[in-house]
Design a protein around this ligand. Structure first.
Ligand SMILES: C[S@@+](CC[C@H](N)C(=O)[O-])C[C@H]1O[C@@H](n2cnc3c(N)ncnc32)[C@H](O)[C@@H]1O
Length: 272
């Protein structure tokens, strides 16, 4: 396990604004002035190369023609996934300056970039009213080694490790307002197995959220089509004012992923 990153102090670079600004291109759009993919489309065909598998050629072709990939590069986001959080935030109002956020399954860091910019993590108090001045906190975690996002605390750790929740809580230093989980285990091609794996991650993420969320807090988690099920959904509905499922436009239509958004956390019954 490694714990790195800028934490609340940040590290020099000004990431203010809605975008990421840490990769190629400029930040500042956070979704841009126009919907992604509304511009002129030029289709790029990839010639099959010797030694390249058909599946790799298909993947490359899809990447080269995906407006979200192009826009992520233009705005300096590390992943097209950044737009899923932007779209969820624009619909559900998840992020604002001063909030404390945990981002599970954060690599390569697109969601972390969006969260840092929108909660103003690691930034000194700026101009504007007291709310827009506030400095937030973002703690991101992934099992993979990933490059620091300036302004965030970036951890490399298996979330399923029994030590992970306590370590995260230590870095948060208190209750958090928003727990995000975009965690996904590598797919096996066997739908039932993939579903079970993603649901195991979702259940563990929810257990963590129950323990750390402040009253009024929000939990956002990737699940698979069919949604959050059975006991987990019942528990969320008991403990949150509103539980909805959403598939943001940036989520590929052929992907089974959707997101559960549970808002208005009421606290655990024993807390009352
Ligand atoms: C779809 S990606 C996340 C993309 C990210 N939200 C972004 O915007 O760049 C899913 C991530 O979940 C991570 N993951 C899967 N299982 C995990 C675990 N047990 N602990 C921590 N991270 C995990 C994977 O390593 C992967 O980076």
């Amino acid at each position: 396990m490694t714990g790195r990153g800028g934490g609340r102090g940040g590290r020099g670079r000004d990431d203010r604004g809605r975008g990421g600004g840490q990769g190629a291109g400029e930040s500042g759009g956070g979704g841009g002035d126009r919907p992604v993919g509304s511009g002129r489309k030029l289709h790029t065909r990839v010639k099959t190369a010797r030694g390249r598998k058909t599946s790799s050629t298909r993947w490359l072709q899809r990447q080269l023609n995906d407006p979200y990939v192009l826009e992520a590069r233009r705005q300096g986001f590390r992943s097209r996934a950044a737009f899923k959080l932007i779209e969820l935030d624009d619909r559900f109002g998840l992020l604002r300056p001063g909030l404390r956020v945990v981002d599970l399954g954060a690599a390569p860091g697109g969601w972390t970039q969006v969260a840092v910019a929108r909660v103003r993590a690691g930034q000194p108090p700026g101009g504007g009213g007291p709310r827009s001045n506030a400095t937030g906190l973002v703690v991101g975690l992934d099992i993979l080694d990933w490059e620091d996002v300036v302004g965030a605390v970036c951890l490399t750790l298996d979330f399923m490790d029994p030590a992970a929740p306590d370590l995260l809580r230590h870095h948060c230093g208190g209750p958090v307002d928003l727990v995000l989980s975009d965690m996904a285990a590598p797919t096996t091609g066997h739908p039932q197995t993939d579903h079970l794996r993603v649901m195991a991650l979702a259940e563990t993420a929810w257990d963590f959220a129950e323990a750390v969320l402040a009253p009024g807090g929000t939990f956002v988690c990737k699940v698979f089509q069919g949604g959050t099920e059975g006991a987990l959904l019942t528990r969320m509905k008991q403990l949150c004012a509103s539980v909805k499922h959403a598939k943001p436009p940036a989520s590929r239509k052929d992907s089974a992923e959707i997101y559960v958004v549970a808002q208005g956390f009421k606290g655990r019954p024993t807390d009352a």
